[in-house]
Design a protein around this ligand. Structure first.
Ligand SMILES: Cc1cc2nc3c(=O)[nH]c(=O)nc-3n(C[C@H](O)[C@H](O)[C@H](O)COP(=O)(O)O)c2cc1C
Length: 215
């Protein structure tokens, strides 16, 4: 057996040990291993026309503000948009991929501040993810509409388009707009066994198995 094969075998053995340990812990505790919102969250692009309450909006924003941030700088900013006409305009920041903003009661525009923090994309993405998980925990649906690095149907930068609609100063970048509202339908959680477990490496990076001659 080559050194590579033996390391791979060792890795597989470790992975199966970790899995069975997880199963044992689950069986003992009777508790879900994941936060329910992490398990059930899916991107939702169809919404019913029910407004959010002030409390719901507040708790969503608190989730964004509580996200970890590089050097604890917390430079991410958020613009709440509830005005129907403005949301319709924002839905056209992309040729497609943001049209669902036309149905939601709330869009949260997530802004980064590159001049204050070079890790702005990571910070703003984490804040957006926290808001999406909090939305799920409230029974709400959400979807990320990408702006940074995207273009309108007419070829204008989506971030620039949003900047003009909302008077955003040039120092700030528009990462995305989160569409948040009451779900028009449920999307099933992804079954645990369908997750891309092969993306996980134990101990060191392992290349995917090369197909053998006989196979
Ligand atoms: C960085 C990022 C950008 C995304 N951009 C869009 C987008 O512009 N429009 C859209 O409909 N969904 C967008 N999504 C949602 C993904 O399409 C979605 O998360 C993915 O298909 C997996 O589905 P799930 O969220 O239901 O698990 C984006 C997600 C991420 C993380």
């Amino acid at each position: 057996m080559t050194k590579d094969q033996s390391l791979r075998r060792e890795g597989e053995h470790l992975l199966s040990e970790i899995k069975s340990l997880g199963e044992e812990l689950l069986a003992e505790s009777n508790e879900p291993a994941l936060l329910p919102a992490i398990y059930t969250r899916r991107s939702i692009r169809k919404f019913v026309d029910t407004p959010l309450t002030g409390d719901e909006v507040q708790v969503l924003l608190e989730a964004g503000l509580r996200a970890p941030s590089s050097k604890n700088k917390h430079t991410t900013q958020f613009i709440l948009v509830e005005d129907r006409e403005t949301l319709d305009r924002l839905s056209r920041m992309r040729e497609s991929g943001a049209l669902f903003l036309q149905q939601v009661p709330l869009g949260i525009v997530v802004l980064g501040s590159p001049m204050e923090c070079e890790r702005w994309i990571a910070d703003a993405s984490l804040a957006a993810g926290y808001i999406q998980l909090q939305a799920e925990a409230l029974g709400l649906g959400s979807c990320w509409a990408d702006a940074y690095g995207c273009y309108t149907g007419a070829g204008q930068e989506s971030a620039e388009y949003v900047r003009n609609v909302l008077d955003i100063p040039y120092q700030l970048e528009v990462l995305c707009i989160l569409a948040i509202g009451h779900k028009a339908g449920e999307a099933a959680p992804r079954p645990t066994e369908t997750l891309k477990w092969e993306k996980i490496h134990i101990g060191r990076y392992q290349m995917a198995e090369e197909p053998t001659e006989e196979a």
